[in-house]
Write a protein that binds this ligand. Structure first.
Ligand SMILES: Nc1ncnc2c1ncn2[C@@H]1O[C@H](COP(=O)(O)OP(=O)(O)OP(=O)(O)O)[C@@H](O)[C@H]1O
Length: 243
């Protein structure tokens, strides 16, 4: 996989250690534009460490990361500008309305006036949140807060979407609806989406699937090809039981 490039996401031979603790060991995979890729791993697999590297909260010189054709180490601004991120912990201001949260974020990206308003309306429409634009986030349930965050991350027209366990704490129906929204957005806008989760029911048979365990990739391919006739939950247990 050396030195090839695409407009999606490339993770090439990436390793990272916290002191002597190796959290990622020679991790390589690529996600193409238009693809929804589930990054599935149990607690401690290294998902958050990989997200921290992808968003440059931490850095490593071991390996290469490319985002929408931009090398994260050499062109961090362009790489980060191409990226939309939903972190595991919600980052909305609870005392602002949905629209105010989005307006603030748009301003951070240099978007204002009619352009910002149009983008905000379109993003809220996309997540079926337009009728809640003037509600304070504090009044929303967990699912609507997550939708607001996903709408917010679409405002600057990112090419690559990163979502770190975005359904944590939500009920099954809400998780299903948010997963479906993100699949649709990925296909419609030809986005490259990386969705970290430890829940096998969030992975569809046609999804791209990367299974991470103890910092190493245990499987990479289309989910149905990885599982064969075995249910994913069972296959996942087998792959992650092996040390
Ligand atoms: N700051 C840190 N210092 C030392 N070790 C760490 C640190 N952060 C994470 N680790 C270790 O690195 C490994 C990977 O952790 P990471 O949080 O990336 O996994 P994860 O897949 O995101 O798990 P979770 O689903 O529990 O968030 C784990 O063994 C964890 O204990």
């Amino acid at each position: 996989m050396k030195s090839q490039s695409n407009n999606g996401l490339i993770v090439d031979s990436v390793s990272f250690s916290y002191g002597r603790k190796e959290a990622l060991k020679d991790v390589s995979f690529t996600v193409e534009p238009g693809q929804f890729c589930a990054l599935l791993g149990p607690n401690g697999a290294g998902k958050s460490t990989l997200f921290a590297l992808l968003t440059r909260l931490i850095t490593t010189r071991q390996g290469r990361i490319e985002v929408a054709g931009h090398n994260l180490l050499k062109s961090p601004r362009k790489a980060l500008a191409s990226m939309g991120v939903v972190f595991q912990q919600p980052t909305l201001d609870l005392d602002l309305t949905v629209a105010q949260n989005l307006r603030y974020f748009a301003a951070l990206h240099g978007l204002a006036g009619r352009d910002a308003a149009t983008r905000i309306d379109a993003a809220l429409d996309r997540l079926a949140m337009r009728d809640r634009a003037s509600e304070k986030v504090r009044a929303l349930n967990g699912g609507h807060r997550r939708r607001t965050e996903i709408a917010r991350t679409l405002l600057h027209d990112p090419k690559v979407l990163l979502l770190d366990e975005p359904t944590v704490g939500l009920d099954a129906a809400t998780r299903q609806s948010i997963t479906a929204h993100v699949h649709e957005i990925t296909a419609e806008n030809h986005l490259t989406t990386l969705w970290a989760t430890h829940l096998t029911d969030e992975v569809g048979p046609t999804d791209r699937l990367v299974i991470l365990h103890q910092g190493r990739i245990r499987a990479d391919g289309i989910a149905a090809d990885i599982t064969g006739p075995t249910p994913l939950a069972d296959r996942f247990l087998t792959l992650t039981e092996a040390a």
